[in-house]
Design a protein around this ligand. Structure first.
Ligand code: PLP
Length: 452
């Protein structure tokens, strides 16, 4: 087809003020009856239905979704094959409680995970309902398997908000405020952010921020507050998510692996946000050629249905009946969605994440050249961060500008969400096309121009 006869790309359509009249009613009811603890962003989307990369709100406005319900709808909204798998399963068996009874879904997904998860096979899988529960499982398992109680985690990490995982989480003070003493003994290390290297040059040597962090653990923690032989596990995100979409430096995870092996410490990699194809490989760990002892997965694995899994070396997950279980964990409907999701990811969506994600990144880098307020463009696949600064000479964080860009995009029909203090995360459904990217970049460009 010649370009003159090609249909114009689909674009967002905004017909009302945002939020519109129906949206306003729902927001008012929400303000009255729903907990105010949800960290809602500076724009207000009231969703009614969604298909693929498109979301329609209650007032009939259509948005291009480059957030995927916070990195969850990996196969796009309501992928027809996922919907069919859910419907068929729901008509057959919704619940039986896998902690007490058996059904084929649990071993089927566990076996599939054994093939794809970056943990040496044989593995075993524990099923839960969310990311934070997957992390709780990992923490309990690490304590149980090692007989140790201390953990090492990283500043700006996010691992969930239940009491165990909250002891690790450190991306915003609001997550901790009011909860006083943490339940677990966790020591935090600065994350080796290469754009904002927190370590002294002499501690990094030629190895950059990654070497600085490893040095911090070995030379400071182990020699002062935290004897290595008392550490159960190091818990790390291969790409920090809520902390601002910050990928680990090249040799950092390998260095953590070495430290863990040297001291009998377990390496827990939290792939809740970075897993399931988001970075252009099935798991972010694969970019670093590292295997973990325990991996936590949630978000993208169920295409929107609530499922969280903790996959561990079989020799570690050898706890006794009753040690850890959950009524709803591994629900057959959620597993049906997960199995179909993995099939679709392996059938081309991981590849698409790498290819179209690379196309998106190149476009964002072009915008970085155009705007002095874009300090950094980083990430892999469809897990990309754009960090806003006052100017590239000072690189001073510009959180308010970031918020203004987020709102300006929304007003033009593009859903993108902040991460960390001053970064915008791009975490679209992995079905995003280059045509969608062109539309998204045009809006992003226009939005930045309107607010700088
Ligand atoms: N771990 C990581 C890396 C996350 O990004 C999140 C959520 O954003 C969690 C854990 C917690 O997941 P959930 O919100 O499903 O409890």
């Amino acid at each position: 087809m010649s370009s003159s006869t090609m249909a114009p790309p689909k674009r967002p359509e905004i017909k009302t003020a945002l939020p519109g009249p129906k949206g306003k009613e729902i927001i008012a009811a929400d303000a009255q009856f729903v907990t105010p603890s949800y960290p809602r962003p500076s724009f207000k989307l009231v969703a009614e239905r969604a298909q693929g990369v498109w979301v329609e709100d209650v007032d009939g406005n259509t948005f291009l979704d480059c957030n995927a319900g916070v990195a969850v709808c990996s196969t796009g909204h309501c992928h027809p094959e996922v919907v069919r798998a859910i419907q068929e399963q729901a008509a057959q068996l919704i619940h039986m409680c896998g902690t007490d009874y058996y059904y084929r879904h649990m071993p089927a997904l566990a076996q599939k995970l054994d093939e794809i998860v970056p943990v040496p096979s044989p593995t075993r899988t524990h099923f839960a309902n969310s990311g934070t529960e997957a992390v709780e499982t990992a923490l309990k398992l690490a304590m149980h398997a090692t007989g140790r109680e201390k953990f090492i985690a990283f500043f700006n990490s996010f691992h969930g908000r239940t009491l165990g995982s909250l002891s690790l989480t450190s991306s915003k003070v609001a997550q901790r405020l009011g909860f006083k003493r943490q339940v677990l003994d966790v020591v935090h290390v600065p994350y080796p952010n290469e754009f904002r290297n927190p370590f002294r040059a002499e501690d990094c040597g030629d190895g950059g921020a990654g070497a600085g962090a490893l040095n911090w653990i070995e030379e400071r923690l182990f020699k002062t507050t935290t004897p290595a032989e008392e550490v159960a596990a190091i818990v790390v995100e291969a790409v920090q998510g809520e902390g601002g979409y910050v990928p680990a430096p090249k040799n950092f995870l390998k260095g953590l692996r070495r430290i863990c092996d040297q001291h009998g410490i377990l390496l827990i990699v939290d792939e809740v946000q970075s897993g399931m194809g988001r970075t252009g490989k099935m798991f972010a760990c694969e970019h670093y050629d590292v295997q973990a002892d325990i991996v936590c997965i949630a978000k993208g694995i169920g295409s929107g249905l609530p499922i969280g899994v903790c996959v561990a070396r079989a020799d570690l997950m050898n706890w006794k009946p009753g040690a850890h279980a959950s009524t709803f964990g591994g629900n057959p409907v959620c597993i049906a969605a997960a199995l179909k999701t993995i099939e679709l990811l392996q059938g081309g969506l991981v590849e698409n994440s790498a290819e179209v994600g690379g196309y998106l990144k190149a476009g964002l880098e072009r915008l970085q050249k155009k705007y002095d307020c874009i300090g950094d463009v980083r990430g892999m696949g469809m897990m990309l961060g754009v960090e806003f600064v006052e100017d590239r000479t000072s690189n001073k964080p510009a959180p308010e500008l970031r918020d203004r860009v987020e709102v300006a995009c929304f007003e033009r029909g593009l859903i993108i969400l902040g991460a960390g203090a001053n970064t915008i995360r791009w975490s679209p459904p992995l079905i995003l096309t280059k045509e969608n990217v062109d539309v998204a970049l045009e809006i992003f460009d226009e939005a930045i121009a309107a607010v700088v």
